[in-house]
Design a protein around this ligand. Structure first.
Ligand SMILES: Cc1cc2nc3c(=O)[nH]c(=O)nc-3n(C[C@H](O)[C@H](O)[C@H](O)COP(=O)(O)OP(=O)(O)OC[C@H]3O[C@@H](n4cnc5c(N)ncnc54)[C@H](O)[C@@H]3O)c2cc1C
Length: 384
């Protein structure tokens, strides 16, 4: 085995595919989101266990914009090669008060600055409502429409596409949780131990373990990460609204709120339980920063309807004034941040790469982040 990729999430599945494509013998180990690993409980959770993630070219940070654009340019090839569609280029509506909301700069000028095609509606111009009459923004806000390829991706399908290709390249997948990575001296590689009792010796490891990177004895010394709780609200729509609203764009909305801010939203998407839901998320005053494993595990199991629904539901309804949601519920998740708000893709010690911290926006560019992680091992693997 040339390399073990720990974590079969957004970054890990991409890294494994890029590594396998070079001819390396790859083993990817991790639970499949939503499917607890038999025998090991649900000790680790995924930040992509959902049906949609926004994607767009607009970004305030040129480094992010460049990486995301690279990934976006490759979506179609990945879909064709794997036979799995995951990209819905419905576009993205960006709404902001001119000048921003005091927390974040106005994202709309970034569209022109980056030379991105868009339609612009100044505050008070409700021209956008002619195309999307069911959605609403305040008259104080400018609204810009970034067309496809902006839109959303289905994260679990993207992972399935990556893993289909990984196995086609000869890579192997193991549904298990890693409970230890030990360095075998300075040059003898690593021993990777799983909850089900597997012990794999390998010269190279990629830790793509998201919010769980500093837990389960994966690293001798922790990397600097800040975890933040995040809650989304899922508003179920009836069949007629699902049909009408499905092709609506995604939304990024700087709403100036004291209780919640930095709203993002997807149009109706089908969920595995049979419901079709509009999803909305935001930063909320109730957000916390858990630091230990049991608090993070408890958070993923928390019934967040109890205290978050009353804050999120009015914001969702305000965006869709005449939509009668047939059910509304919330779902907890975790965002993993670095101090510089850029993903951590680094070789920590020879042959041990850490690829984590999507900083709330890692899904759309995951293929490129995974490729960067794989690239850090290229020279070592060429010597194998
Ligand atoms: C509510 C929410 C909304 C978001 N919206 C967007 C969006 O619209 N657009 C966007 O681009 N990004 C978005 N993001 C961010 C995006 O989902 C993350 O950046 C992305 O999932 C990070 O990928 P990852 O591989 O680092 O982590 P994950 O996707 O969490 O994958 C890590 C994987 O590692 C596994 N793992 C952990 N520990 C172990 C272990 N010990 N052994 C084996 N496996 C392990 C986990 O089970 C998991 O599957 C959002 C995040 C959240 C929480």
């Amino acid at each position: 085995m040339d390399v073990v990729v720990v974590g079969r999430g957004m970054f890990g599945s991409a890294a494994a595919r890029h590594l396998a494509a070079t001819g390396a013998q790859v083993l990817a180990v991790g639970p499949v989101a939503g499917d607890p690993v038999p025998g090991s409980g649900d000790a680790v959770f995924s930040s992509h266990d959902d049906e949609a993630r926004l994607t767009r070219l607009q970004d305030r940070d040129p480094r992010w914009a460049e990486v995301t654009a690279r990934a976006l340019a490759g979506y179609r090839d990945l879909e064709v090669a794997s036979g799995i569609e995951f990209h819905h280029p419905v576009g993205c509506l960006i709404a902001s008060r001119p000048g921003g909301d005091g927390r974040s700069p106005d994202p709309i000028p970034q569209l022109s600055a980056r030379g991105l095609t868009h339609d612009l509606y100044q505050p008070g111009d409700r021209g956008w409502a002619e195309r999307w009459p069911r959605i609403d923004f305040p008259a104080t806000h400018a609204v810009a429409y970034e067309p496809g390829p902006a839109g959303y991706i289905r994260p679990k399908r993207l992972i399935a596409a990556q893993e289909t290709l990984t196995t086609q390249f000869g890579g192997r997948l193991l549904t298990d949780t890693v409970v230890g990575v030990q360095a075998l001296g300075d040059t003898d590689g690593y021993s990777v131990v799983t909850a089900a009792g597997h012990r794999v010796r390998t010269p190279n490891v990629v830790l793509a373990t998201g919010a769980f990177t500093n837990f389960n004895d994966l690293l001798e010394t922790p990397v600097e990460l800040e975890l933040k709780t995040e809650v989304v609200v899922l508003g179920e729509v009836d069949a007629a609204d699902a049909e009408e609203l499905r092709a609506y764009p995604t939304v990024k909305y700087l709403n100036d709120g004291d209780v919640l801010d930095a709203i993002y939203m997807t149009p109706p998407v089908d969920y595995p339980d049979g419901r079709t839901c509009i999803k909305m998320g935001a930063n909320i005053v109730l957000d916390t920063n858990p630091t230990d494993l049991s608090t993070v595990q408890d958070w993923f199991r928390t019934d967040t309807d109890h205290d978050h629904l009353s804050l999120l539901e009015p914001a969702l309804q305000a965006l869709w004034p005449d939509v009668a949601f047939t059910s509304v519920r919330t779902k907890p998740c975790i965002i993993t941040y670095t101090a510089d708000r850029f993903p951590l893709i680094v070789e920590r010690r020879p042959g041990l790469v850490v690829a984590t911290a999507g900083n709330g926006g890692g899904a759309k560019g995951a293929d490129a982040w995974g490729s960067m992680a794989a690239g850090l091992l290229r020279e070592r693997l060429s010597r194998c």
